[in-house]
Design a protein around this ligand. Structure first.
Ligand SMILES: [Zn+2]
Ligand SMILES: [Zn+2]
Length: 248
């Protein structure tokens, strides 16, 4: 390509991105306010007090803990999980609740990139240390995918793996069973609901370490079911990352 062509290409890219900014001005993923030119990722007001999950947090599931002296949350003291460890970026409090709602149901697909940037900031070193062979989001059943139009966890997984130079494998697993919404189910009902919910699409997958991605961690039942599916398929260790998690 000649220098003139490459200059031209750069100018066209800049013009397209300028037009896109006019039509879809970049917004803060936390408060949904318009971002000012100098603000990147989040607005300066939100930047000051982002609800990051800080220590102490549960060494197993990553939930925020109240008491400095605790290693595990009450749930993880009682039950064993099928994943090695889960970590989350934010506490699922008021602001994050509305942010996740907009991301999931409000068509704000572009939040995926900002959440990925913030995840790299908060958990990048930890994820690099794990060194996953594949990053995989919790899949939606195809009927739900049709209805909603996109899988927010999938967009986030893709953006995150791009930033960390990891391989995103959205082709590996499907949600083969239409499950009930988990919200009002007890733990044992959730487990029953998720039984055989996921199916690996290839028989010859060779994966050492897998990183599972979802938007919100609640009881971990979904992550457990998916981790179990990958362990049965031969994965050696399964870790999880979510954008938000609760307080234990
Ligand atoms: Zn904001
Ligand atoms: Zn826990």
């Amino acid at each position: 390509m000649s220098r003139w062509q490459s200059d031209m290409q750069k100018r066209i890219c800049a013009a397209v991105s300028f037009m896109l900014d006019l039509i879809f001005p970049p917004r803060c993923p936390v408060c949904d306010g318009l971002l000012k030119k100098r603000e990147q990722i989040v607005c300066s007001r939100c930047e000051k007090n982002l609800p990051y999950v800080m220590e102490p947090y549960c060494m197993k599931c990553g939930k925020a803990l109240e008491d400095e002296g605790d290693d595990l949350c009450p749930d993880c003291r009682r039950i064993t999980h099928d994943f090695v460890r889960c970590r989350s970026v934010f506490v699922y409090e008021d602001r994050m609740k509305s942010a996740m709602y907009r991301f999931k149901y409000g068509g704000r697909k572009e939040y995926a990139k900002a959440f990925a940037d913030l995840t790299v900031r908060h958990l990048g070193d930890w994820i690099r240390q794990i060194g996953p062979d594949a990053v995989i989001s919790v899949p939606l059943h195809k009927s739900r995918m049709r209805k909603r139009g996109y899988n927010q966890a999938g967009l986030f997984a893709k953006a995150l793996s791009e930033r960390l130079g990891l391989v995103c494998r959205e082709d590996l697993v499907i949600r083969s069973k239409k499950t009930l919404p988990q919200k009002n189910l007890s733990r044992s009902e959730r487990q029953k609901n998720l039984k055989k919910a996921f199916k690996i699409r290839q028989n010859d997958v060779k994966l050492g370490t897998v990183l599972l991605i979802d938007d919100i961690y609640t009881t971990g039942s979904t992550m457990d079911a998916l981790a179990q599916t990958f362990s049965e398929a031969g994965a050696k260790s399964v870790y999880c990352v979510t954008i938000c998690t609760g307080k234990a």
